[in-house]
Design a protein around this ligand. Structure first.
Ligand SMILES: Cc1cc2nc3c(=O)[nH]c(=O)nc-3n(C[C@H](O)[C@H](O)[C@H](O)COP(=O)(O)OP(=O)(O)OC[C@H]3O[C@@H](n4cnc5c(N)ncnc54)[C@H](O)[C@@H]3O)c2cc1C
Ligand code: FES
Length: 376
């Protein structure tokens, strides 16, 4: 058969398949009518609701001010938006599988951003998630902590106070006006997760430490346009990564890159409360220009016998005047901790760093159930 004819046929078939897929998507979006669907939550009429079918569950919940964690804005990549769907969601989708464990599937846990509401649903949402609130805030202070990292202090306006545990995070909404001005414009809501870097006792403010990600949607807005006095909204608090205060065990904290933020909240809170627990705080950055929250820790170590501070700069630049550690932080932890069997460990930073530190500490006897971490 003529090769040219084969290629043309393949192209025509491919084109037809593409058009058909597009027609199906448009038809499903604009023509399919799923009618009014009931979303039952915890069999509680006060929070259950009805909505027109067709939208995704995560957004439908957010519209009713029920904020499920989401770090990817509903793209199905973060796996944070899990909810227990007791009935009505159909079978698990291929886009959910990589984020669901066998136990999740057995317990009917699903990714809410992937579930399209086509019929009545029955959900179980834990009380702490139903307690997540939306806060209107004013940017009270912006401060450059390093060449690519800013401290953003938000004053809470409505509600005027937040209750959270050190280590938890909130989600910052990117303003719609900014998203519409992008090329190409973004029409869906965008929000990003940021660990709360301030202490729970300062309930009227939330401090975030935000590192610029080149071409990142939210961080470009924060670093180039956000100004003191601007109004923003956050939701929170979220997360299972938080300080266990019912324990007296010695603590190991490790923060790498922008993972310093929740470690700052945990350490500042502990010493503000006059903790007697031993705290070893390891901070991993690349060069001197990346290091912040340093003088505070040096001073704390000088004043508190139960606090040890070990920063390490693994990518020193020419001219950096530094006499401290220069290895990757897991190697520094390895050298500095003999026995981890009685410790409790809080880790935050890039996945590769966290996996390496966990491997080191497990070798030194740290039980898995006393390792808490947030990877980002
Ligand atoms: C629980 C949690 C807590 C977090 N806390 C903090 C915090 O305290 N401070 C902080 O700065 N960030 C934190 N993050 C990361 C934050 O949520 C955003 O992912 C990050 O700020 C990038 O958002 P963006 O919209 O600017 O980039 P996007 O537009 O989402 O990403 C743009 C591109 O950059 C890539 N990218 C995204 N993040 C990174 C990264 N870190 N390094 C390299 N490439 C990246 C993406 O894959 C994409 O290709 C946290 C994340 C989670 C899940
Ligand atoms: S919101 Fe990220 S996977 Fe659902």
């Amino acid at each position: 058969m003529d090769v040219g004819l084969l290629l043309v046929s393949a192209a025509v078939l491919g084109g037809l398949a593409g058009i058909l897929a597009l027609v199906l998507i448009v038809a499903d979006k604009y023509i399919a009518d799923y009618g009014i669907c009931k979303v039952d939550i915890n069999r509680d009429p006060a929070v259950s609701f009805e909505c027109r079918g067709g939208g995704n569950l995560l957004m439908a919940l957010a519209e009713r001010k029920i904020f499920i964690p989401s770090a990817c804005g509903g793209q199905g990549t973060c796996g944070y938006c899990k909810v227990e769907v007791r009935a009505g969601a159909g079978s698990v989708l291929p886009t959910e599988r990589m984020h669901l464990t066998r136990t999740d599937i057995r317990r009917n846990v699903r990714l809410s951003c992937q579930i399209k509401i086509k019929n009545d649903l029955a959900l179980r949402i834990p009380a702490e998630l139903l307690a997540v609130q939306e806060f209107a805030c004013e940017v009270e202070k912006l401060e450059a902590l390093s060449h690519d990292t800013k401290l953003v202090r938000l004053k809470l306006l409505d509600p005027a106070a937040i209750a959270f545990k050190p280590g938890q995070y909130c989600q910052l909404n990117v303003p719609r006006g900014y998203l519409l001005r992008l090329v190409p414009p973004i029409f869906e809501p965008i929000f990003r997760a940021y660990s709360i870097a301030s202490m729970p006792k300062d309930e009227g403010i939330v401090e975030l430490i935000i590192r610029l990600v080149p071409n990142g949607i939210c961080t470009t807005w924060v670093h180039t346009l956000l100004a003191e006095g601007d109004r923003v909204t956050i939701t929170g608090p979220y997360g299972e990564f938080y300080l266990r205060e019912d324990s007296e065990r010695p603590i190991i904290c490790v923060g790498g890159g922008s993972g310093v933020a929740p470690v700052r909240s945990i350490v500042e809170h502990l010493f503000d409360k006059g903790t007697q627990r031993r705290v070893d705080c390891f901070i991993g950055q690349r060069a001197l220009r990346d290091l912040y929250w340093h003088r505070e820790n040096v001073a704390r170590a000088a004043h508190h016998k139960n606090f040890r501070y070990i920063p390490s700069l693994s990518g020193l630049e020419p001219g950096d005047a530094w006499e401290g550690e220069t290895d990757f932080i897991h190697l520094v932890v390895d050298r500095s901790i003999d026995d981890a069997s009685d410790k409790e460990c809080y880790l935050c930073g890039p996945p590769i760093m966290i996996d390496a530190v966990i491997a080191v500490l497990k070798d030194k006897g740290l039980p898995e159930e006393r390792v808490y971490f947030d990877k980002f």
